[in-house]
Design a protein around this ligand. Structure first.
Ligand code: PMP
Length: 393
């Protein structure tokens, strides 16, 4: 095929190559301990419950479940989301809920609505790589909010004045695993409100806590100025491709229009299946199982890091989610080391991928969700050996 036939739009140059996609290709390598990919544990998927729910849906509602539906999504599912968030401290009406094709689509639709060339969007440093990718084609400049271990610094938000939104990951952040504490949430919301800086809160990991649920969403402290994104990917299964965007009504109406043009609506069948599953009341018991599974992974990784890396690196132990963020000695460039690490049988995600502007080159994101405890230990040991070798080479 002659590539010259096509004249590509400028934005195609902004579709940054995804390290995650590259890694997913490498993950096929037999034997590789994948601490990089960050896939939820397939062993924890509620396959049997989904099989039974699918059967019920296709027996009881085949005509509706296979038909087009409204762009907003099934009302009963939107009501479920509103009730669940209300329990978590964010008072929401079903009329504010848009069912999306994963929260990734929420990021795209919000970016489509707010961003354009010459505008700025503020992000945490580090932030979710997939959000940087979702924002990039809309040609805004991503600028970094000054952050510490507890999230963006409220007293430094003034530097972001004029940005179209501040993108926040309050719970078990991808990539660092940290949570924004309650008091900081209140301060961020108050400062953002006083500046008129809209917030985009992305919360796919909030249910994956180990000891206690995280604080109420930031949106609870400024509902008129915050768009909140949630997802069924980490609590049920990502292959369902279902998430939700909760927004104040004028914003909601625009998001609905943008979604209609993008894909009409999210899979009716998937929505029926998830609604059926939720109505069986299985979610909380299932989440208990997921939390136990991930806690075991977290403990295995904490133990392995302590055994093999304690003189080489620093990290915080996360209280939920799927990730450790580890800082290696400054002379280590984790992106250049990655091909060698893969040769030695272990993958990770280089920290630099998660920064909009000023990358930390000596950090890595390690996932404890995908691999067994034994393989986590094996992977961390291999990584430690490689880092030690690199430092003395
Ligand atoms: N936001 C964050 C922070 C994520 O980590 C992910 C998944 N890796 C997403 C959004 C997208 O998830 P999904 O589209 O499956 O809901």
């Amino acid at each position: 095929m002659n590539a010259k036939v096509f004249r590509f739009a400028h934005r195609t140059r902004l579709l940054a190559p995804s390290m995650i996609l590259e890694l997913m290709k490498l993950m096929g390598q037999p034997g590789l301990v994948s601490l990089g990919g960050g896939l939820p544990s397939a062993d924890g998927f509620p396959s049997e419950a989904v099989r039974e729910a699918s059967h019920r849906v296709l027996t009881q509602h085949p005509r509706e479940a296979l038909q087009y539906t409204t762009t907003e999504g099934l009302l009963a599912l939107r009501e479920w989301v509103a009730a669940r968030l209300s329990q978590r401290g964010l008072a929401v009406q079903a009329s504010q809920v848009l069912i999306t094709s994963g929260s990734q689509q929420g990021l795209d639709l919000v970016a489509k609505m707010l961003l354009e060339n010459g505008t700025q969007v503020a992000v945490e440093a580090p932030t979710y790589l997939g959000a940087l990718q979702a924002f990039a084609p809309y040609e805004a400049d991503a600028i970094e909010a000054a952050c510490d271990d507890a999230g963006p610094l409220p007293e430094r938000l003034a530097e972001l004045a004029g940005a179209r939104a501040l993108y926040l990951l309050p719970n078990f952040q991808n990539p660092t695993g940290r949570c924004i504490p309650h008091a900081r949430r209140v301060q961020i919301a108050a400062q953002a409100r006083s500046m008129g800086l809209p917030l985009l809160e992305d919360d796919p990991y909030g249910d994956l806590w180990f000891d206690q649920p995280p604080a109420a969403p930031v949106a609870a402290h400024w509902p008129e100025g915050t768009i909140y994104l949630g997802s069924f990917s980490k609590v049920l299964a990502p292959g369902l491709r279902l998430g939700y965007a909760v927004s104040p009504l004028p914003v909601h109406d625009l998001l609905v229009q943008a979604k209609q043009a993008a894909d009409m609506h999210s899979s009716t069948l998937a929505q029926y299946i998830v609604l059926d599953l939720l109505r069986t009341g299985m979610l909380d018991g299932h989440l208990d199982d997921v939390r136990i599974r991930y806690r075991i992974g977290r403990d295995a990784m904490a133990q392995a890091l302590h055994t093999h890396m304690r003189d080489l690196a620093t990290w915080q132990i996360p209280d939920g989610g799927m990730f450790f963020w580890m800082t290696l000695p400054p002379q280590i460039d984790s992106a250049s080391l990655l091909p060698l690490a893969i040769k030695h049988g272990v993958s990770y995600l280089p920290g630099a991928a998660f920064f909009a502007r000023n990358p930390m080159r000596n950090a890595v994101r390690l996932s404890f969700a995908t691999e067994s405890p034994a393989r986590i230990a094996q992977g961390v040991a291999a990584l430690a050996k490689l880092v030690r070798h690199t430092l003395t080479a």
